[in-house]
Design a protein around this ligand. Structure first.
Ligand code: PLP
Length: 395
């Protein structure tokens, strides 16, 4: 039995009739942008996380770009400001920081949560070695679907005038025990603003690119909306040099359907993560933590292997028909485009160690039976196989 890492046709199969109907409705309706589907999706998305406002946009990267640009236009951020960001996030979190001449400060992850460490962030702010009064924002990534939230630490950052922007590409529907700035406990409505991605592989995926910005700040929302529409506040009147970052009606129509099934999808993912955590007993494999008080949504289920065992582990699973992936092989500071930060990437950094040891197990298309099979296969993986192979290659 093959268990692929990801099969998007299978992901969408349960909704195909509903999606086909919705797409046809849009085609026949003749309204392809800025129409009723987009408006309804914005309302439903905001409601689902408890944010006052949502703006549907073109993709997750653009959502982050629009938030930063809007804060620049409204005078909250300016060129040269520092932005705290997780050292192990996906590169799309970092690109908009440098695009606008802001400077990232990479914060190492907490090994327990694999997320941005709030205590390191606070320590960094208190260290005297930097002129840190220019730290003006923190972009927190809820990586792998585990919310990154420490209400007390977030309030301390806020008191220093630091904006908290959530990169919520991976954690739609996730919940935390302590509420955020506006009284919600749901990812996407915890900080000052949030970016969502509906890239097809995310927990709610579009049939192409799509994203969203949520916030409870009406000025920010209005600015983002204008920037996403050529910078116009009304038709043929441009107050900013903006972009075209709109979401298609077809995508909005499909996303509305999938948003209705979000809880089922996240519940299934939680169930798979619980099976993996209970049934994987191989001591070579370090499992992620399930936090009892937190609603994790398991965009990825990531285990850690000793780096020199990782390839043979993946090859072994592959030989059993089980697909895996790596999220991510290199942190942003090791990418050629961020060469100036490469000195940060010493091998003893948590982010670099994790990049060398992480393996994502299949979760998107996995049934409980599949999960038990994956766990059994993992438990049968032994270092003896690995050592034997190593000797063979050395002969
Ligand atoms: C997917 C992703 C993005 C980018 O979203 P796109 O829709 O692909 O532009 C940003 N940040 C994180 C953490 C992501 O996983």
């Amino acid at each position: 039995m093959a268990i692929p890492f990801l099969d998007l046709a299978d992901t969408n199969a349960p909704y195909i009739d509903e999606i086909e109907q919705a797409v046809c409705r849009v085609i026949r309706g003749g309204r392809y942008l800025n129409g009723p589907e987009t408006t309804a999706f914005e309302r439903e998305l905001a409601q689902s996380c408890g944010a006052a406002l949502a703006i549907a946009v073109s993709n997750g990267l653009d959502a982050i770009r629009l938030i930063i640009r809007a804060y620049i236009e409204t005078g909250r951020l300016e060129k040269g400001d520092f932005v705290l960001v997780a050292a192990n996030t996906y590169i799309a979190t970092v690109l908009p920081i440098s695009e606008f001449g802001l400077r990232p400060i990479f914060i190492e992850p907490d090994p327990e949560t694999m997320n941005f460490s709030w205590s390191s962030a606070l320590l960094t702010l208190d260290s005297s070695s930097l002129t840190l009064d220019k730290v003006k924002a923190a972009i927190i990534t809820h990586l792998y679907g585990t919310p990154c939230w420490d209400a007390e630490a977030a309030r301390r950052l806020r008191r220093r005038g630091i904006l908290i922007i959530e990169d919520n590409a991976q954690a739609i529907g996730a919940t935390v025990p302590d509420e955020g700035f506006n009284g919600s406990c749901v990812a996407g409505a915890l900080g000052d603003a949030a970016a969502f991605s509906f890239y097809p592989t995310k927990n709610i995926g579009a049939l192409g690119d799509a994203g969203a910005v949520t916030t409870s700040d009406p000025v920010l929302a209005e600015t983002v909306r204008a920037l996403a529409n050529y910078g116009s506040d009304r038709r043929y009147h441009n107050i900013y040099r903006g972009y075209n970052c709109r979401m298609d009606e077809i995508q909005a129509a499909a996303l509305r359907i999938k948003l209705r099934h979000l809880n089922e999808e996240n519940t299934r993912r939680r169930r798979i993560a619980e099976i993996y955590n209970r049934e994987i007993t191989n001591s070579i494999v370090a499992k992620p933590r399930i936090f009892a008080d937190t609603g994790q949504v398991w965009h990825q289920y990531v285990v850690l292997l000793p780096p020199d065992l990782r390839d043979s582990f993946r090859n072994y699973l592959n030989s059993k028909g089980i697909g895996t992936d790596i999220h991510y092989p290199d942190p942003p500071c090791l990418q050629p485009c961020y060469e100036e930060y490469s000195a940060l990437a010493s091998p003893d950094r948590v982010s670099v160690r994790m990049a060398r040891s992480c393996v994502s197990l299949p979760i998107a298309n996995v049934s409980p039976t599949d999960a038990s099979e994956v766990a059994r296969a993992i438990n049968d993986f032994s270092t003896d196989d690995y050592n034997a192979k190593k000797q063979q290659t050395h002969k």
